[in-house]
Design a protein around this ligand. Structure first.
Ligand SMILES: [Zn+2]
Length: 301
């Protein structure tokens, strides 16, 4: 039939349009961050995925965002020479962007509830935190993204992981300790909750919460995409070019999105380039991360 090849038909096109739709939706995760000595109750929803980043890269809108290093830890179809490593982006004179390894995972925000008993307020169950920012005012369970180093965050869970062979069977009270270079995070494991321990129970419990949201892979793929790089790192006008050549104050943090969700405090910390993992004692967790990453790469078409 004539004209056929003037249209985009077939599964390739469908897959591509789904990918584009996914990309739009994929921007909507906010990062968890902690103020010094702050704490949050979290249910981690899957094992972290190991990824490599350039952080606080100056963008064409004057903001700063993090961009994946596109040569490593990236799905095959998105792998390409890294324009940031190659210095092929417009940047302030002399500026170099270091690369840093981060484990990323989704986590639901939880909280300790309290009950009145005999005139006293005593701790009750740990429950999901709901926002009150949805249009119907009903509130939605909150899920956000953890993006942290193995050296001061994920590595501190290695003992728990070695013992329990999972991180998802219980909540953790996660506390930030210290600041600057000496920041680390402590994890206080909570008692497992009946009915919210197994992978199946967790999936069932968070099915509604996650159904319209991107998976961690979709979110990361979108961050890696050429479209995302172009959107923020291309200068279409002399004004944009000028912005990208200047350094403002790195106060505005990356990855904010207009979801109307409350913004968890983002770590007020600027990245310091490559951070070598200090801890080698969590090999089992690292192996796990690696095998998960490998299976992710295998998933690719
Ligand atoms: Zn790079």
């Amino acid at each position: 039939m004539s004209g056929e090849d003037e249209y985009e038909v077939g599964f390739g096109y469908i897959a591509e349009s789904i990918e584009r739709a996914t990309a739009r939706r994929a921007q909507h995760y906010e990062m968890y961050g902690w103020k010094p000595d702050g704490e949050k109750m979290l249910r981690i929803l899957h094992l972290p995925m190991n990824t490599y980043w350039h952080e606080n890269v100056r963008c064409n809108d004057g903001g700063y965002r993090d961009f994946p290093h596109t040569e490593k830890g990236v799905k095959k179809s998105l792998q390409r020479p890294c324009v940031i490593c190659a210095g092929e982006i417009i940047k302030p004179p002399g500026k170099k962007y270091g690369m840093i390894e981060r484990g990323i995972a989704l986590a639901a925000l939880r909280k300790q509830s309290f009950i009145e008993k005999g005139g006293k307020r005593i701790p009750g169950a740990i429950i999901d935190t709901r926002t009150t920012h949805t249009p119907d005012g009903d509130g939605q369970q909150y899920v956000g993204l953890l993006k942290f180093a193995n050296s001061n965050f994920w590595g501190n869970l290695s003992g728990v992981y070695a013992r329990n062979k999972t991180l998802m069977d219980r909540d953790f009270k996660v506390k930030r300790i210290g600041g600057g270079y000496d920041t680390y995070y402590s994890f206080e494991p909570q008692d497992p909750i009946e009915g919210l321990k197994t992978k199946e129970e967790l999936e069932e419990h968070y099915k509604e919460l996650l159904k319209d949201k991107p998976t961690i892979f979709e979110w990361f793929d979108e961050q890696c995409s050429q479209e995302y790089f172009d959107q923020y790192l291309k200068a279409e006008t002399p004004e944009q070019e000028e912005i990208m050549r200047t350094t403002g104050s790195v106060k505005e943090k990356s990855q904010t999105s207009g979801t109307g969700m409350p913004q968890p405090e983002r770590e007020e910390e600027v990245s310091h380039g490559v951070q070598a993992p200090r801890d080698t004692s969590f090999s089992s967790l690292k192996e796990q991360l690696k095998s998960q990453m490998d299976s992710y790469e295998d998933d690719d078409e």
